[in-house]
Ligand binder design. Structure first.
Ligand code: GDP
Ligand code: MG
Length: 801
C-alpha cells in the first residue's frame, strides 16, 4: 500500500485536500467531510456517504465515468463530479466520532389509538430493493387488489387479506432511503404516514445491509407509529456468516423483529402474527422508545416540544417530539403545514433558535448533526448486536460484474442483451400477434355476417373491432417486453446498463437509466413511457418521456415501409435507417434544448445503487407482467375504443343522400370536410387534403395512417394484401398537370412529418399519466410544430435542388 499512500500524499500536497475522485481503483479511505448542498447532499448521505464511513473504490465504468464504490456493504455508483464533493482521509487515520452512542430513552406516553377495530392498515416502508414487493406479493397472494393512489409519478398498491379474524390492508409504498422533503417518493411516503395514520408500519429491511437500511428505521422511530420490523433477505445474512443477536436488538429498539425470506415466503406468517400481536398489544408487549440524541439536541427538542404541546390542535394531530425535531431541522414542508396555528410564530422562533445554537455548537450543518447522530446510534446498536463474519461472502453476489461491467466486454454484452430482447419481443411475439389478428379478423367477419347490414354492423366491425383489435394485437409483444424488463430489473442488470451508459447519456443531459426506456421506445412508446418510472429524478423522467416519441415505434414502421417500397427503388434500407437516425438526432437536440431552457436550474444527480445480483422469482415476474397488461388493457383500451368510434363516426356521417363511391363518401363525410379545412395548413408542406386527414387519424394509432390512406385513395385489394394495392394506387395518383403526384421528395417529406409529429393517443395518455397533462400538451404542440417546420424546410430546399 506504500505506493497508494504516497500517491495520496502527493495529491494532498498539491491541493491541500484529497477527495474521493483522487482514490485509485482498488483503494480504500475514510470519509472526513461531505460538501455540496440540499438534495444532492442529502441523497449521498442517505446512501451511506457520511463522515467516518469506509469507502472502497471498486471500478470505473467502461467510459471512466461514473465510478462504483462499496460503502456500508452495498455498491453505489457516483459520477466523478459527485465524488469530488467527498473529502477523504487515509484508512490509518481512522474515525473519531463526534457523537457518543447514547442508546435509547424509554418514553412514558401511552399511545391512545383505538385498537378494537378488526381492520388493520399496515404501511410497508423500506429501502428500494429490500424486497417490499416480494413481501407484498407473497403476503397478499392472488387475493391482491390493485389500486392507484393519487399522484402523478408515485403510486402505491393496496392488498387486502385476512389473518386470524383480522382484515389486513397492506399498502406497498415506494421505496425510500429516508423521509425528507427532497424527493417526491420520500414526500409521498412521509405524507402517507403523517396524514393517513396507518395503524402500523411494517419496516422491511435488508438484513445484509443493516447499517444503511436502519437509517430509515431511526426516522420511523422518531415518527412514533406502532412498528414491526421484517428482517428480510435473512437467507443472505445467514449465508454471509454474520451473526445478529435479534433478541438484544429487539430489546433495545422496543418492537418485534422478525427474520423473513420474502422470496420463498419463509417467515411471512410470523410477521402477520406479530402485526396482529403488536396491534392489540394486550400485555404491553412492545416498548415505546426514543432515540437519545444526546444532551444538547434533547434540550432543544424539549424546549420546542413544550411549546407544541401547549397547542391543542398540534398535540392531537402530531407526535410532538417528531414535529419538534423536524422544525429544528428546518423542514420547509412541515413548517408550512403548521403555519396556521396560533402559536406558530413562537414555535418557529424557538426552533430557529435551537438550530442556530446547535449549528454554532458543533460548527456543522443541522442536517449533518442529526444524521451523524442517527448513524452513530445505528453503529452503536449494531456494535452490540451484530458479529460480522471473518470474510465478506457477499462479494460473490457482485462477481458477475467482472464480466458485465468490464471495460471491454460491458458494451458488447449490453448490445447482445438488447438484441435478444428485441428479437424475442418481435419475432416470438409475432406468432401470438398473428393468432390474435386472425381471431379478430374472423370475429369481425362473423359479426359482419350475422348482423343485418347497416349502421350497427359498420360501427361494430369497422369502428370497434378493427380499432380496439388493432391495439389488442400488441399485447403479446408488450408482455414479452415486460418479462424481459422485469427480469433485467430484478436481477440487478438494469442498474449496470445505466452504469455503463451514463457517460454517453449525460452528454445529452440525461441519466444512464434513460437508456432502457429509449430502447423500449423503438418497440412502443407506451411501455417505454411507463418504464421511465425507474428514474428517480423528475427532470430526468420528464426529459426522457418527452423525447421517447422521437424513437420510431413499431407502429410507424408500416407507414415507412409503404412509402419506401413505393417510391424508393434503390437504397431502401438506407432510407429506412435514415428515418430512425433523424429521430434520434431530434431526441438529442430536444434534450439539449430543454436542458438549456426549462430545466436550466434543475438538480442533476446520478447517485445510484448497484444491487447485488439476485435470481428473480417466476412469481414476481408474472405479477409484474400481469400488472402491466391490466394497465395496458384498461387504460389504453378505453381510450382507443373511444378514438376508434369517433374516427369511424367522422368518416361515416353525414350519410349521403345519393349513391356515392367510397372515395366520394369520404370527401363528403365530416372527415373529408375536416381534411379540406386543414388543407391550408399542410399545403405548404406539399401535402394534399387526403394526406392531411390520414395524418390526423394517426392520432388513434400510427398504423391507422396506412388504413386511412387506403380508404382515401381508394385502394383495391390485390390478393388480400392491402398495402400492395395501396402502393400501386399511390403511384398512379396524378397532380393537376398530369405528372405523378408522389415524388420521392414528397414521400420523404411526408415520412419526416410522420416521424416527428404528435404521438398517438395512447402515448399522449401515458405521458399525461406519468408527467402530467401540462407536459402532455407540451409534447403534442412541440412535436407537431417541429414536424411542420422540419418538413417545410426539407420540402422547400428539396424543391430548389
Ligand atoms: P423492492 O424494490 O423493495 O420492491 O424489492 P423486490 O421485491 O423487487 O426485490 C428485489 C430483489 O430481491 C428481487 O430480485 C427479489 O427476488 C430479491 N429478494 C426479495 N426478497 C428476498 C429474500 O428474502 N432473499 C433473497 N435472497 N432475495 C430476495
Ligand atoms: Mg418494489
Amino acid at each position: 500500500m506504500a505506493t497508494f499512500a504516497s500517491a495520496m500524499e502527493a495529491i494532498s500536497k498539491d491541493t491541500g485536500i484529497t477527495t474521493l475522485t483522487d482514490i485509485p481503483t482498488g483503494g480504500s479511505c475514510i470519509i472526513s467531510k461531505v460538501h455540496g448542498h440540499g438534495g444532492f447532499r442529502h441523497r449521498i448521505m442517505e446512501m451511506g456517504f457520511v463522515k467516518g464511513e469506509r469507502v472502497d473504490v471498486i471500478k470505473n465504468a467502461p467510459l471512466m465515468d461514473p465510478v462504483e464504490y462499496s460503502i456500508m456493504g452495498s455498491h453505489v455508483s457516483l459520477r466523478r463530479s459527485e465524488s469530488d464533493n467527498i473529502e477523504v482521509v487515509p484508512l490509518e487515520e481512522g474515525y473519531h466520532p463526534d457523537f457518543d452512542f447514547n442508546g435509547t430513552i424509554e418514553a412514558h406516553v401511552a399511545r391512545e389509538v383505538e385498537t378494537t377495530a378488526k381492520t388493520i392498515t399496515v404501511a410497508l416502508v423500506g429501502n428500494p430493493n429490500c424486497g417490499k414487493t416480494s413481501f407484498f406479493n407473497f403476503a397478499t397472494g392472488l387475493r391482491e387488489k390493485v389500486g392507484n393512489y393519487s399522484g402523478v409519478t408515485v403510486s402505491s398498491k393496496v392488498g387486502t387479506f385476512y389473518h386470524k379474524g383480522y382484515t389486513i390492508n397492506l399498502v406497498d409504498l415506494p421505496g425510500t432511503y429516508s423521509l425528507t422533503e427532497y424527493s417526491p417518493e420520500e414526500l409521498y411516503v412521509r405524507d402517507y404516514l403523517l396524514n393517513h395514520n396507518p395503524d402500523l408500519v411494517l419496516n422491511i429491511v435488508d438484513a445484509g445491509n443493516l447499517e444503511r437500511n436502519m437509517y430509515l428505521t431511526t426516522q420511523l422511530i422518531d415518527m412514533n407509529p406502532r412498528l414491526v420490523m421484517a428482517l428480510n433477505m435473512y437467507d443472505e445474512l445467514e449465508q454471509s456468516g454474520d451473526k445478529l443477536d435479534i433478541p438484544s436488538l429487539e430489546k433495545m429498539l422496543g418492537f418485534p423483529i422478525v427474520p423473513v425470506v420474502a422470496r420463498t415466503g419463509k417467515g411471512v406468517e410470523d410477521v402477520l402474527e406479530q402485526i396482529v400481536h403488536t396491534y392489540c398489544d394486550e400485555e404491553g408487549y412492545t416498548k415505546h422508545i426514543h432515540i437519545n440524541y444526546g444532551e444538547n439536541v434533547e434540550d432543544c427538542i424539549s424546549s420546542v416540544k413544550e411549546l407544541i404541546d401547549e397547542d391543542g390542535y398540534l398535540r392531537d394531530r402530531y407526535h410532538g417530539r417528531y414535529l419538534a425535531l423536524e422544525l429544528i431541522q428546518g423542514d420547509k414542508v412541515i413548517t408550512k403545514s403548521i403555519s396556521k396555528v396560533p402559536g406558530f410564530a413562537e414555535i418557529k422562533e424557538a426552533a430557529d433558535r435551537s438550530r442556530a445554537r446547535l449549528e454554532k455548537e458543533y460548527r456543522n450543518d443541522i442536517s449533518d448533526i442529526v444524521s451523524d447522530i442517527r448513524y452513530g446510534f445505528i453503529r452503536g446498536a449494531l456494535k452490540e448486536t451484530l458479529t460480522p463474519a471473518k470474510e465478506d461472502k457477499r462479494k460473490l453476489a457482485y462477481a458477475l460484474d467482472t464480466v458485465l461491467t468490464n471495460r471491454y466486454l460491458g458494451f458488447p454484452i449490453l448490445i447482445i442483451f438488447l438484441w435478444i430482447m428485441f428479437q424475442t419481443t418481435f419475432t416470438l411475439g409475432a406468432y401470438p400477434q398473428q393468432w390474435l389478428e386472425t381471431g379478430i379478423g374472423a370475429l369481425g367477419r362473423w359479426i359482419g355476417s350475422i348482423l343485418p347490414e347497416g349502421m350497427l354492423n359498420d360501427l361494430l366491425v369497422d369502428g370497434v373491432i378493427s380499432g380496439v383489435g388493432g391495439v389488442l394485437v400488441f399485447l403479446p409483444n408488450i408482455l414479452i417486453l415486460f418479462m424481459f424488463i422485469s427480469f433485467l430489473e430484478d436481477t440487478g442488470y438494469m442498474a449496470r446498463a445505466a452504469f455503463i451508459m451514463d457517460k454517453l447519456m449525460h452528454r445529452i443531459g440525461l441519466h444512464g437509466k434513460s437508456f432502457i426506456p429509449y430502447i423500449i421506445g423503438f418497440g412502443c412508446g407506451v411501455p417505454a413511457i411507463m418504464a421511465t418510472r425507474t428514474l428517480e429524478n423528475p427532470k430526468d423522467r420528464i426529459l426522457t418521456i418527452l423525447t421517447i416519441p422521437f424513437m420510431s415505434c413499431s407502429a410507424r414502421l408500416p407507414v415507412y415501409l409503404l412509402f419506401v417500397a413505393a417510391f424508393f427503388s434503390r437504397q431502401q434500407g438506407l432510407v429506412l435507417m435514415s428515418l430512425y437516425l433523424v429521430g434520434i438526432v431530434f431526441a438529442i437536440l430536444t434534450s439539449l434544448l430543454l436542458n438549456k431552457t426549462v430545466f436550466k436550474n434543475a438538480s442533476d444527480q446520478f447517485v445510484m445503487e448497484l444491487p447485488p445480483y439476485r435470481f428473480p422469482t417466476v412469481r414476481n415476474i408474472l405479477v409484474h407482467m400481469w400488472d402491466k397488461s391490466v394497465l395496458y388493457l384498461k387504460k389504453m383500451g378505453t381510450v382507443i375504443l373511444a378514438a376508434s368510434v369517433i374516427i369511424w363516426a367522422l368518416g361515416y356521417f353525414p350519410r349521403p343522400k345519393t349513391e356515392m363511391t367510397r372515395a366520394e363518401q369520404n370527401e363528403y363525410s365530416y372527415i373529408g370536410r375536416i381534411g379540406h379545412a386543414i388543407e391550408p395548413v399542410v399545403r405548404p408542406l406539399g401535402f394534399d387534403w387526403r394526406m392531411g386527414v390520414s395524418l390526423a387519424t394517426g392520432l388513434a394509432a400510427k398504423e391507422v395512417v396506412v388504413s386511412s390512406l387506403g380508404v382515401l385513395y381508394e385502394a383495391q385489394e390485390v390478393d388480400g394484401d392491402e398495402t400492395a394495392g395501396l402502393q400501386e394506387k399511390l403511384k398512379s395518383v396524378t397532380a393537376d398537370d398530369g405528372s405523378a403526384f408522389f415524388t420521392p421528395l414528397r414521400a420523404y417529406t411526408f415520412l419526416l412529418f410522420i416521424l416527428l409529429y404528435f404521438p398517438c393517443i395512447a402515448a399522449i395518455t401515458a405521458i399525461a399519466k406519468e408527467a402530467g397533462r401540462k407536459w402532455a400538451a407540451f409534447s403534442v404542440v412541440y412535436t407537431t410544430c417541429l414536424a411542420w417546420i422540419v418538413s417545410f424546410i426539407f420540402w422547400h430546399i428539396g424543391l430548389i435542388l
